[in-house]
Design a protein around this ligand. Structure first.
Ligand code: NAG
Ligand code: NAG
Length: 334
């Protein structure tokens, strides 16, 4: 029994979202409808060229860490391109999905990221707030790890029960993040496979969780957050799955929501990224370039580059994702 307690209590410590995500190739960000189409395209081209140089060096060095870092930097560069030249489309599924892909696939990735997650009620927003779902699942996994590791007492049997309870709450919270935030969306499109992987990793199929979900209250017994997850479902009251695909809701972003110039502290590389929003001029399609109201957009087709300041050392990586990121970068190369 003691051994079992030990094993049960160690496993969740290693369950991070990076370990459970189903990795899939990420589509590129597209320029169609961007407020500054040509600026976006040249920014993206520069990012690809930079990634290609970066990769060549990394390959010469034979360094997986460098390869991974090239992939991470390429994501960030593209995100900055969009924030600068395509701020009118940042609430859409495409950008939000891309930001999620960065957080999933790059081991050193962290928030904050520009325009992520989309705020509630934002115009032209994705029908499911992908960023919120992702962050809710990630946070649930974090809480599950804490819960399991803080369980310790003299009674081995009750420890095992509680740890199993923690793990059921963790899986339940991940499912509830999906069903609670986007009840209409087909769960398979927004992270259901992550939950399956989590069940496998914790060796806790959700359909075995009924007794634990009845015995324990995830919030009051274990300190799980009530936050965005209002109901920790149990296997018997899990709602019907939604069937909707992802689409963008109506509305138009007419001025960069974060202002014409803003900085964000990029936790992944310890840099301060400066985003200058392009005034546009060549936007087309659903995106508006009218920049009415706030006057935040400058009206000039400004250069809108993002600059890196204060470089600092690279964080140690090494999660074995390198070959995957490499695949991504290769995909993105012309
Ligand atoms: C996800 O959770 C981990 C801890 O498990 C945390 O270190 C990381 O910053 C979180 N990621 C995001 C994007 O919030
Ligand atoms: C991404 O864009 C490049 C061109 O920059 C293209 O060659 C590649 O096929 C695209 N990748 C995907 C996954 O669409």
């Amino acid at each position: 029994m003691t051994i079992m307690v030990l094993v049960k209590s160690l496993v969740p410590l290693f369950a991070s979202l990076a370990g459970v995500v189903a990795q899939s190739a990420t589509a590129n960000l597209t320029s169609t409808g961007c407020v500054d189409v040509s600026g976006f395209e040249s920014c993206q081209k520069d990012a690809t060229a930079k990634a290609s140089d970066c990769l060549a060096t990394a390959r010469k060095d034979g360094s997986e860490l460098e390869i991974e870092a090239c992939g991470c930097a390429n994501y960030i560069d593209n995100i900055n391109c969009a924030a600068s030249h395509c701020w009118n489309r940042v609430n859409e599924c495409e950008y939000q999905k891309y930001a999620v892909a960065y957080l999933r696939n790059c081991p050193i990735a962290k928030t904050p990221l520009p325009y992520f997650p989309a705020p509630d009620g934002a115009p032209d927003a994705c029908s499911c707030n992908l960023g919120k779902v992702f962050l809710a699942i990630n946070s649930t996994i974090q809480q599950g790890g804490k819960c399991s590791s803080s369980t310790g007492g003299a009674d081995a049997f009750s420890n095992v029960q509680r740890i199993q309870g923690c793990e059921c709450c963790e899986v339940s919270g991940a499912l509830s993040s999906i069903y609670g935030l986007c009840p209409d969306t087909d769960p398979k499109l927004i992270g259901l496979s992550d939950v399956s992987n989590l069940e496998g990793l914790l060796n806790t199929p959700f359909d075995t969780c009924s007794p634990y979900m009845s015995k324990f209250d995830c919030v009051s017994d274990f300190g799980f957050s009530p936050g965005t997850i209002h109901t920790y479902y149990n296997p018997s009251n899990l709602p019907q799955s939604g069937t909707a695909t992802l689409s963008n809701k109506p509305g138009t972003v007419t001025a960069p929501a974060s202002g014409s110039v803003f900085t964000y502290s990029n936790a992944a590389n310890s840099k301060i990224d400066t985003i200058s929003a392009a005034g546009g001029g060549s936007g087309s399609g659903s995106g508006s370039n009218s920049a009415s109201g706030t006057g935040a957009a400058t009206g000039t087709s400004a250069t809108a580059t993002s600059t890196h300041k204060s470089g600092a050392g690279r964080t140690a990586l090494g999660r074995g994702l390198a070959f995957f990121v490499l695949g991504l970068v290769i995909l993105a190369l012309p």
